[in-house]
Design a protein around this ligand. Structure first.
Ligand code: 0O2
Length: 226
């Protein structure tokens, strides 16, 4: 089955005839756009790898534990456009969906998150578009992470283009928590009672994990003589 037919099959109950026609018409342009997002991921990922290497010299350790990246799937893009009542065009994607290209940076310590974010946004080819600091202001459910939307230039055979990338920076503890919470969100067969008690338990885990991050940071500061 071709890529477009897979998307149509997946979303057959949610898309109107007009949506499907529009999507088919713009499909090749959207595929080309996806290659730009893939290039932007490579650019930003390299920037973080370079920073990690540099800090290995200056602070004698790697501030980054791991880096992952993902390109939003075509069906998720179509669903998000549909949810936001936007047309299925390249322009609508570029102007409204900021998380098509996503990079996640996992650190051991909270202060490394802010240090790396500062280093990234101070680079003169990076434009900071938006910051959501769910570490200083955690979400109601306990979710913590620093989210940046940045615009990065990519250099193509026929010129330069600016592309938006979502960067999520979090600690190992925040990642551990978010992965479990994500699983709960997609669990459909739990009773309301079990869902409520598990959400409460997860909230408590978020509180404990935030406290652990602070204590680990303090221990490291003592070790480093701060
Ligand atoms: P996926 O599969 O991770 O991409 P916007 O994109 O701006 O329209 P929003 O909600 O304002 O949407 O963006 P925000 O708050 O910056 O967060 C979007 C992403 O952060 C989510 O992507 C998740 O990856 C993560 N996230 C935000 N809140 C939570 C949370 O409560 N729990 C967990 N586990 N992750 C969260 P997507 O699109 O949900 O999915």
């Amino acid at each position: 089955m071709t890529e477009i037919n897979k998307v149509k099959e997946k979303l057959k109950n949610t898309l109107s005839e007009t949506d499907v026609m529009e999507m088919t018409r713009n499909f090749n342009d959207v595929r080309e756009l996806m290659t730009y997002y893939q290039c932007a991921i490579m650019e930003v990922e390299t920037k973080f790898r370079v920073l990690n290497e540099r800090f290995k010299l200056s602070i004698e350790r790697n501030p980054i534990d791991s880096i992952t990246s993902r390109l939003k799937s075509l069906d998720s893009i179509v669903q998000k456009l549909e949810r936001k009542k936007l047309p299925m065009t390249v322009e609508a994607i570029e102007q409204n969906l900021f998380d098509v290209a996503g990079i996640r940076i996992i650190c051991s310590f909270v202060d490394d998150i802010y240090m790396l974010a500062d280093c990234l946004v101070s680079q003169d080819d990076i434009k900071l578009v938006r910051v959501k600091d769910y570490i200083k202001n955690p979400k109601e459910n306990g979710y913590r992470s620093l989210h940046l939307i940045v615009e990065v230039p990519i250099f193509l055979e026929n010129g330069k283009r600016s592309v938006k990338v979502e960067v999520q920076l979090r600690t190992i503890a925040m990642e551990f928590w978010a992965n479990l919470e994500h699983q709960l969100r997609y669990k459909k067969n739990l009773s309301l009672q079990l869902l409520r008690s598990t959400s409460r338990e997860l909230s408590e885990c978020a509180r404990i994990s935030a406290a652990l991050d602070m204590r680990m940071q303090s221990v490291r500061d003592i070790i480093n003589g701060k």
